[in-house]
Design a binder for this molecule. Sequence first.
Ligand SMILES: Cc1ncc(COP(=O)(O)O)c(C=O)c1O
Length: 397
Amino acid sequence: MPGFEWLGKEESDAVAEVMQRGVLFRYEFDEQRQGIYLVKQFEQAMAEFTGAAAACAVSSGTAAVKVGLAALGVGYGDEVITQGFTFVATWEAILDCGAKPVFCEIDETLCMDPADLEKKITDKTKAIVPVHMMGAQARIKQIKAIADAKGIAVMEDTAQALGGTLEGRHLGTFGHMGSLSFDAVKTLTTGEGGMVISNDPALVLNASEYQDHGHDHKPVGRGNEGRRFMGFNYRMMELQGALGLVQLKKLPDMLATMRKNKAALKEALKRVPGVSFREVLDEAGDSATFLAWFHETPEQAQRFAGLLADNGAAAIPWGANTWHAYSHWEHLHDGASLPSGGWPFARPDGPAEYDPAVLPKTAEILSRCLSWQIMLNWDEAKLKQMTEAINRAVAEL
Ligand SMILES: Cc1ncc(COP(=O)(O)O)c(C=O)c1O
């Protein structure tokens, strides 16, 4: 998913133009910036691309989850359900809102298991955060139906799946809000950056004012000096807006390239005995940032991972990954935080405690799962080398 591979002259020129105007701030300085507001343009272009009613840019994908939840009114006393296979950012943001993360299992989509989700809902559940992991769809329609029946908000963490769709509709637009990331390894990169998107302009207005210290963004722009609520600073810079606009133009080609590269490797992997693929609900809408597959046992996955590495095509063994798998988040299990009082794990509404063993299905699925991140600059020679590595690994099995 790396847009950094295609950073080029267009991005350099766009950044240079911002420097020439000399306004790095996304708001105000109207005369000096000659009426040009690039972060705002980036928001409008992303809303148009995804089909969302509105968008609000922020400083990171982590901030986007936090700002999206804040816009929904999530806070202390609330529970927010997310999945045990995601980047730590998802639950960091929930805890930073003051709410308690509750973790549910994944299934073969590598995303939230709706059956386990239903079991985890309590009368304190304020929001559900399904994560479209590794480029493809969570069972978002089912999840949204479960949430709707109980009046619970859905905020889709779409950090890893920009450009992904389900039945033609963009991921991130099914729930009340969606969050995006443009960090250094994402498909569209601005170095750091993120965005929330929604079909509800009132929620985006909440997000917009929250990420800007509560400045009043209505009725005429910013800084009318009425404040509806307190906020924080999660603002995006003009330089990132400039980069985002250029990268967004490249996004359709990036998606097509990743889909082509992924298809070639998937074909080659079909020869591996006992391999099955991650369930993708809508192949046409897979953003193709990763190719993920399963072996029949953890031992077979480990053995094949070793053979691939020996043959120059190392894959990610998700069972051993410490940043994305619940069973490996030791600081969460230990309730480790900086404040001497133990916040947000020690808390008046009862401690937030996490047993590493409570998601056995997730641990089992990940123990058999390997994947490659799909790169943009893989040429025919590289795809051939990887295909040969697969063939050699199969021969050595
Ligand atoms: C699922 C998920 N959510 C949130 C984030 C956080 O994004 P950022 O790195 O832009 O803060 C990431 C980043 O990798 C992610 O993978």
